[in-house]
Design a protein around this ligand. Structure first.
Ligand code: PNS
Length: 163
């Protein structure tokens, strides 16, 4: 069975990686699907995010990285995925995630959404938080793989210590 893990991944965090590692134990193939959203101006290009995720998941068999635009369920159908994976960090995620899952079910009743709870050590993490800290020169080595930490510090230029 194929599972699709859709998201922005701008950038991938250890929280995302934790969800991917858990999903790969449950499915024959996990497709990490990066949304190319014309309404958002991401920090990292699609090509950069593909490379970042491929490198971060190189130790895992049966993980593919792909990109899509438009509806997630249409791309899931295109990839032959029967399951959408989403990570839940805290109760605060639940309302939006439930709404998305229920919306997706009306669009594609044959596709199931499966929520995986992020491990507690990563439950505070989000890509926005990582970017906010990296932009201020703070340490993010416990939040993202080292190659993404390097990419963040390069993107934000000379690191300044928080005063
Ligand atoms: O990492 P994110 O930004 O929380 O991921 C959100 C994502 C990409 C899963 C969601 O915005 C999405 O599925 N967008 C595609 C448009 C879509 O299918 N909308 C209907 C579901 S509400």
């Amino acid at each position: 069975m194929i599972a699709l893990y859709p998201g922005s991944f701008d950038p991938l965090t250890y929280g995302h990686l934790d969800v991917i590692e858990r999903a790969v134990r449950l499915f024959d193939c996990v497709v990490v699907a990066i949304l190319t959203n014309p309404d958002k101006s991401p920090l990292f290009s699609i090509e950069e995010r593909i490379c970042q995720i491929q490198k971060a998941t190189a130790h895992l068999d049966r993980v593919e990285v792909d990109t899509f635009h438009g509806l997630t369920v249409n791309f899931a159908r295109q990839r032959g995925a029967q399951v959408l994976i989403r990570g839940l960090r805290a109760v605060s995620d639940f309302e939006l995630e439930l709404q998305m899952a229920q919306t997706n079910r009306t669009l594609a009743p044959e596709i199931e959404t499966l929520f995986l709870s992020t491990s507690t050590v990563h439950s505070f993490l989000s890509s926005s938080l990582v970017k906010g800290i990296a932009r201020l020169g703070g340490p993010v080595s416990h939040m993202v793989p080292s190659h993404i930490e390097v990419a963040l510090s390069e993107r934000y230029g000379v690191r300044e210590e928080i005063s």
